[in-house]
Design a protein around this ligand. Structure first.
Ligand SMILES: NC(=O)c1ccc[n+]([C@@H]2O[C@H](COP(=O)([O-])OP(=O)(O)OC[C@H]3O[C@@H](n4cnc5c(N)ncnc54)[C@H](O)[C@@H]3O)[C@@H](O)[C@H]2O)c1
Length: 333
């Protein structure tokens, strides 16, 4: 199939390009290169590389493709709060525009990279797709608004689907350490200390970034009626963890590291457990390849090989927000 992937140079997108190419698909990658220069390892190259802001994509860029996988975004809550106007402009307005252009270009499938953070601070322990949404940030609101508006475009020849991804972790050629698991592992390696901002009790649904990429491929290959206009949580029921469980796993890998609970709760007190039954009902053959323990082991090994240390932790290469603050020109619309 011919696939148009936005944000293909990001943490998840790089896995996706590699998986799609390995599966024999033809990939157009569209990315503005916000993090160009922050690569950890060599990035896979798409068949066609389009260096373009998603806010500027034209219908003719999309023509001839079978599927759009839309990952380009301001990709976390703190970054989204830096400038909510830019967040809404890219994450919501450009996404809705892109979906309309895709539909008008005759693209049949539009897969949106949403997030479980739409549930915010969960009112009940086991959140399903039909439960009330409780966005706490501009980032989460931008994802909900996009789902609602793009869903209205669904018709007999255009099938959007919304992948509400759990929080990602794990190895990627475009590594990030501003995600809870990677951050705790990185701080243990850099300082010998696993520093937890809360009391360790908040729950998070976690998923390896490569498993998110695999879910995109599964959604592209599924029969249309299975995924048509669906919002689906992407993760696994057994992969909901309390932050303190993550810390314990880090300590198993790095026994000399101590655990510190600072207890300071930030402005984003996310705490939620998510139910992933719908994913296994719709796509019974899809299974996560990684458990948290296995994914952490793999990342720990890679970080050790790269001699990950204090300089890496304190620099901007692996922290999206810090990188953008140091490269403000990259986001100029
Ligand atoms: N990482 C997670 O835990 C997670 C969880 C749930 C959902 N998501 C979603 O998955 C997607 C990918 O996340 P990621 O972790 O790979 O993020 P990332 O920040 O590593 O990658 C995002 C990519 O999008 C590109 N991009 C950003 N704005 C752009 C624009 N205006 N035009 C063109 N390209 C642009 C960036 O250059 C970057 O390469 C995002 O939509 C994110 O919200 C991520």
């Amino acid at each position: 199939m011919k696939v148009f992937v936005t944000g293909h140079q990001g943490y998840i997108g790089t896995h996706l390009v590699e998986l799609l190419k390995r599966g024999g698909h033809e990939v157009t990658g569209c990315d503005i290169g916000l993090f160009r220069g922050a690569e950890w390892e060599a990035l896979p190259v798409a068949d066609r590389e389009l260096t373009k802001d998603v806010r500027r994509v034209a219908q003719e860029d999309l023509e001839g493709h079978d599927c759009v996988m839309h990952l380009a975004a301001i990709s976390n809550d703190p970054m989204g709060d830096l400038d909510p106007e830019v967040t809404y402009g890219i994450n919501r307005d450009a996404s809705i525009r892109l979906a309309k252009l895709a539909r008008d270009a005759g693209v049949e499938r539009f897969l949106f990279s949403g997030s479980c953070s739409v549930y915010g601070k969960g009112e009940k322990p086991d959140l399903s797709e039909g439960d009330p949404l409780n966005p706490l940030t501009a980032y989460a609101t931008s994802k909900i608004d996009t789902e609602r508006e793009v869903s209205k475009l669904a018709d007999a020849s255009f099938s959007p689907a919304f992948l509400r991804n759990a929080t990602a972790y794990g190895h990627s050629p475009m590594l990030r350490i501003d995600l809870v698991v990677n951050n705790l592992l990185a701080s243990a390696l850099a300082y010998g200390e696993i520093r937890i901002m809360s009391d360790g009790s908040p729950w998070r649904p976690l998923i390896h970034c490569r498993d998110i990429a695999r879910a995109f491929v599964a959604f592209m290959e599924a029969p249309r009626e299975v995924i048509h206009d669906r919002a689906v949580n992407i993760g696994g029921n057994a992969e909901n963890y309390q932050v303190r469980d993550v810390a314990d796993l880090v300590q198993e890998l790095i026994p000399e590291a101590s655990i510190t609970y600072t207890g300071e709760v930030g402005t984003d007190p996310r705490d939620y457990r998510v139910n992933f039954d719908l994913l296994s009902d719709l796509l019974p053959d899809f299974r996560l390849e990684y458990t948290l323990a296995r994914g952490m082991q793999e990342l720990h090994q890679a970080m050790t090989e790269h001699r990950f240390g204090r300089k890496d932790f304190e620099g901007d290469q692996f922290i999206r927000l810090r990188w953008l603050q140091n490269h403000p020109d990259r986001l100029a619309g």
